[in-house]
Design a protein around this ligand. Structure first.
Ligand SMILES: Cc1cc2nc3c(=O)[nH]c(=O)nc-3n(C[C@H](O)[C@H](O)[C@H](O)COP(=O)(O)OP(=O)(O)OC[C@H]3O[C@@H](n4cnc5c(N)ncnc54)[C@H](O)[C@@H]3O)c2cc1C
Length: 196
């Protein structure tokens, strides 16, 4: 599981959007006055649609289990996922999987994955559309995903909660860690910091 923030998001247009509503203009997103206004309007008053004026683009590596859960998030989220239909046998040396929290399951996973990788190597004429069906939920996908700050708040709230599966929970926490420090105040109330 790996997360990188790819872009350099700015809160300037959140600041100017909030200013537009009251015809007050920009205060500057990095000034104390600007930050206080964004926090008050968007978080405290829940005028959070203004948060759609900033986008966060991440590159993530995540288990199939986490991807299945991740892609249920549809509003304000865009995806580009490395295709197992195009890349399975072409990239057999890079097939990886994420372990579980259980050693017995992990031993089984190691055996299954060695077997699958060997099978793919030994059967170069079989197409990816068939081969991909062998991959288990531990198989690691790579994707580029974009959120606006409002949709990211919602995602972090649901997916850092203890009730979420540990793969996606670790990923959501890593996404929060990758957010620029000066933006963290927008998200702090939405993450569950306990229970690593
Ligand atoms: C702990 C946990 C367990 C889960 N277990 C299951 C499960 O067993 N089976 C299963 O199928 N799913 C399960 N889910 C997925 C869950 O049902 C949601 O699909 C997923 O969390 C995405 O949430 P969302 O719809 O709020 O997100 P988004 O798609 O990002 O939507 C954001 C918000 O937009 C609004 N919205 C979106 N679509 C609509 C709409 N059509 N109408 C009105 N308002 C809308 C809602 O306010 C929503 O919260 C689980 C999720 C969690 C966190």
């Amino acid at each position: 599981m790996k997360v990188t923030l790819l872009n350099n998001p700015t809160l300037n247009f959140v600041d100017s959007g909030v200013g537009m509503c009251w015809d007050k203009g920009s205060y500057g997103a990095d000034t104390d006055k600007g930050k206080e206004r964004i926090d008050r309007v968007c978080n405290k008053f829940q005028h959070s649609s203004m948060l759609r004026f900033v986008q966060y683009i991440f590159e993530c590596e995540l288990s199939t289990s986490a991807l299945l859960e991740f892609t249920r998030h549809q509003v304000g989220v865009d995806y580009a996922v490395k295709s197992t239909r195009y890349c399975t046998k072409q990239d057999v040396d890079n097939i990886r999987y994420e372990l579980s929290n259980n050693n017995i399951v992990n031993n089984k996973l190691n055996t299954i994955m060695s077997d699958i990788i060997l099978f793919i190597r030994q059967n170069p004429t079989i197409g990816n559309d068939d081969l991909k069906l062998l991959l288990p939920q531990a198989f690691i996908y790579k994707m580029q995903v974009q959120f606006n700050a409002q949709s990211l708040q919602h995602f972090l709230k649901l997916r850092t909660a203890k009730s979420s599966h540990y793969h996606i929970r670790q990923l959501a926490k890593a996404m929060y860690d990758a957010i620029p420090e000066e933006h963290k105040y927008l998200f702090e109330d939405y993450i569950n910091k306990g229970d690593k």
